[in-house]
Design a protein around this ligand. Structure first.
Ligand code: HEM
Length: 398
């Protein structure tokens, strides 16, 4: 048990389905750079003000490389990922980070993602049919929210339809808290093997997909190590799956809990862009924040963060900062401007954000068009309280 003088254990618990832990607002007012205790007893700094979170994420003196001493791991599972030989660029600093990210950046520009719209619409329509076919009440998470991002990432990477179950099952095993650490680790090994074999096939028979282009334009030219290609492909799978699925489920839940704003969206579908931005800010699903470690002494407000000390930049706290967002606890689709940090900030800012926005827009629009009477039946389970906040189950009827 901790006493009031000890740094409190982190992550804090949520006591409300739609709001981040209460501690954030209290700390932001009293101790914007606060000490916290991580799962293994080590301490780190927690930042809860918008300006401080943005400053740290935009400052090269803070490293995202988890191999640096003092890096703040929020769970044993995240620590277990270190020690691997080929680290995804999310956890690397420049110059390696920039080199690996640049090879993929063209794939995620808005123009490219717009070209994927028809494919995403088809995937969403299939998911609507799956939901309607499941009988009432149905679970919207397993029948709608989860299948969409897994099918989208499979299409993006160029996973053949015949393999998509193999791919999705392991993708799920890698990420879901229903499985043990060993089962997840095994899924990673199998997916790496699978991606290696798929890359070989793309070498002989290229398609119109990210993996084919990476093999032909990067690997065969000697620019990219095939093992790094596997790491980047896995990063896309991990970073884009649970996040998007949780945003779809929680987005539906939030709109159904705000009937007046939901009705406005139904009457004017062009509001969807604003709705998605406000959902991103309001929900801020990166529950455990964004971890960094100081490479040198840096002053943040009244505090000097010493070289080697870990920092958690809390995105959910920053996005509820009243100094930047008036009536920040309110879900408000009229919010303007809405410069939220839901996708992070700085050089690691989410590469997949145009894709995430497009998936959310299409999923929410087509679901409510096709099932206008959609309603909650009351039995939903929230969580997992891992690094990303979301839903296990969302029971709906229509
Ligand atoms: C709504 C859904 C999503 C949210 C809330 C989200 C959030 C984030 C955040 C906060 C970061 C920064 C992490 C850091 O600075 O350490 C990030 C990075 C990243 N995200 Fe997303 N993400 C989402 C969807 C996606 C999708 C769909 C993809 C791609 C398929 C994707 C790919 C990535 C990648 C590759 C990075 C690492 C970027 C880098 O290190 O340079 N994300 N995401």
């Amino acid at each position: 048990m901790h006493t009031p003088t000890q740094a409190p254990p982190f992550p804090f618990e949520r006591t409300d389905d739609l709001h981040p832990p209460r501690e954030y607002a209290l700390l932001r007012g009293s101790t914007p750079t606060a000490r916290i205790t991580l799962y293994n007893g080590t301490e780190a700094w927690l930042l809860t003000r918008y300006e401080d979170v943005k400053a740290v994420l935009g400052d090269h003196r803070f490293s995202a490389d988890a191999r640096n001493a003092g890096f703040p791991f929020v769970s044993a599972a995240l620590r277990a990922s270190v020690g691997q030989k080929h680290i995804p660029f999310l956890r690397l600093d420049p110059p390696e980070h920039d080199r690996l990210r640049r090879m993929l950046s063209r794939e995620f520009i808005v123009k490219r993602i717009d070209a994927l719209r028809p494919a995403i619409e088809e995937i969403v329509d299939r998911a609507v049919e799956q939901l309607l076919g499941a009988g009432q009440p149905a679970d919207l998470v397993s029948n709608f929210a989860l299948p969409i991002p897994s099918a989208v990432i499979a299409a993006l990477l160029g996973v053949p339809y015949a393999d998509h179950e193999y791919f999705q099952e392991r993708g799920r095993r890698m990420l879901s808290s229903e499985f043990t650490l060993e089962q997840s680790a095994r899924a990673v090994v199998e997916l790496r093997e699978y991606l290696g074999e798929l890359a070989e096939r793309k070498r002989a028979e290229p398609g119109d997909d990210v993996l084919s282009r990476q093999v032909h334009e990067r690997v065969l030219t000697g620019e990219l190590d095939p093992e790094d290609l596997k790491s980047s492909a896995l990063l896309l799978l991990v970073a884009g799956h649970e996040t998007t699925a949780n945003m779809i489920g929680l987005g539906v839940y939030t709109l159904l809990n705000h009937p007046e704003q939901h009705a406005r969206l139904r009457a004017d579908p062009t509001l969807i862009t604003r709705v998605v931005e406000e959902l991103l800010r309001f929900l801020s699903i990166v529950h455990t924040g964004v971890p960094r470690v100081a490479l040198e002494d840096v002053r943040i407000g009244d505090t000097v963060i010493r070289a080697g000390e870990g920092v958690i930049a809390s995105v959910p706290a920053a996005n509820r900062d009243e100094a930047v967002f008036a009536a920040a606890t309110r879900f408000d689709i009229d919010r303007e401007p809405n410069r939220h940090l839901a996708f992070g900030f700085g050089i690691h800012q989410c590469l997949g954000q145009p894709l995430a926005r497009t998936e959310l827009e299409i999923a929410l629009t087509r679901l409510f068009d096709r099932v206008p009477t959609l309603r909650l039946t009351g039995d939903s389970t929230f969580g997992p309280e891992k690094s990303v906040y979301g839903l296990h189950e969302l029971r709906v009827a229509w």
